[in-house]
Design a protein around this ligand. Sequence first.
Ligand SMILES: Cc1cc2nc3c(=O)[nH]c(=O)nc-3n(C[C@H](O)[C@H](O)[C@H](O)COP(=O)(O)OP(=O)(O)OC[C@H]3O[C@@H](n4cnc5c(N)ncnc54)[C@H](O)[C@@H]3O)c2cc1C
Length: 398
Amino acid sequence: MSRSVLISGASIAGPALAYWLNRHGFRVTVVERAAELRSGGYKIDLRGVTVEVAERMGIMDRVRELSTDMRDETFVDRDDRPLLTMPADFFAGRHGHDDEIMRGDLSQILYDLTKDDVDYIFDDSITELVDDADGVKVSFEKSPARRFDLVVGADGLHSNVRKLAFGPEPDFVHEMGYYAAICGTPNHLGLDRSERLYVEPGRTTNVYSTSRMAGAKALFLFSSEKLTYDHRDVATQKKIVADTFAGVGWRVPQLLESMWTAPDFYFDSLSQVRMDSWSRGRVVLLGDAGYCPSLASGQGTGLALVGAYVLAGELAAAGGDHVAGFAGYEREMRPYVEKNQKLGSQAVKQMVARSNAAIRMQLLMLRVMPKLPGSAAIMRKVMQPIHDAANGITLKDY
Ligand SMILES: Cc1cc2nc3c(=O)[nH]c(=O)nc-3n(C[C@H](O)[C@H](O)[C@H](O)COP(=O)(O)OP(=O)(O)OC[C@H]3O[C@@H](n4cnc5c(N)ncnc54)[C@H](O)[C@@H]3O)c2cc1C
């Protein structure tokens, strides 16, 4: 019977799993490398089954209170003249009860929900995992070594637990040839729940401001050969973005200028994690650590929240037997993960057009589509893969 669980990572997957494990009677400790809960990040969608999980956690009302409440998205030319405006829900493929929230807000909601019942250790990291028949001996950078029945890696795309228990990152992380940088920026454009997009070949820039945001957020998305850089070296990452977007028109020079001083800078490759199995012995992976679908899918948070519900539920249903619990988790989650990863691979090509002709074609399609006979059916068809992937699992009642 496995009862004590250590989770590495306190972003989305970690606190969500902590919530469910605690409800099922497990003793939970979460270790997070950052000194405090990390804020920042882009707006993230809660679609389909994810909304159901959030409702079962009792957080959906709070999510709606903090909703980005975005209204529209406008493609602009280099002089900021509008080329095409679309409703935000259509642009993001949201239906019915789906919603959107800032990543940092969701992480805070999940932390607040669990902080009184779960032992959080910040500013520390696992250095060694020794898995024997009875449990896992865990060594930390700072805390004394301890034993746990199970260890969960919910520590993201560059998972430390995956590296320690499964092997080196390149064996599992598949880069897609694109990179994204995200940071806060002054709201020079006076945006109110709206987003502007400016596209040049291989480089896309977005700026938006939500209902509750003092400033705005900028996204720099670009295609590139594989880049080699240190994941913790923010100065080098900023330089990569500045060099890549040098000479790009519209408000990009102004955005790059404010990027240099942005405290909430986030940079990563668009990558997918693909693994034959998410568990090894008493160690299991959750969220981006095990099956990152890439930022392009818009479903990373969904997989993390649903995965947390399923992993905790399967462990509880198996009475804490980790072999049966992990097998159930794999069986329930894998088809859902595969559908959402497929979405990521397809979406990325539309987010960064490779040539001026491709940009013109994309705008033409978006402009013409709503005017075609049977346009509603066409729109539904375009959105169907997102809807199918977001609803691609039936939740069990654990
Ligand atoms: C600050 C931040 C900003 C982000 N911004 C965006 C965004 O704008 N758009 C987007 O699509 N996705 C973003 N993401 C990723 C997004 O949150 C995930 O794709 C998704 O929500 C799945 O969450 P996750 O909890 O599995 O992984 P993540 O959200 O990546 O969280 C992993 C957590 O593990 C922690 N961690 C890492 N290494 C260790 C270690 N050695 N020991 C302990 N803890 C460790 C990290 O600090 C982090 O808190 C961001 C993630 C972070 C942390």
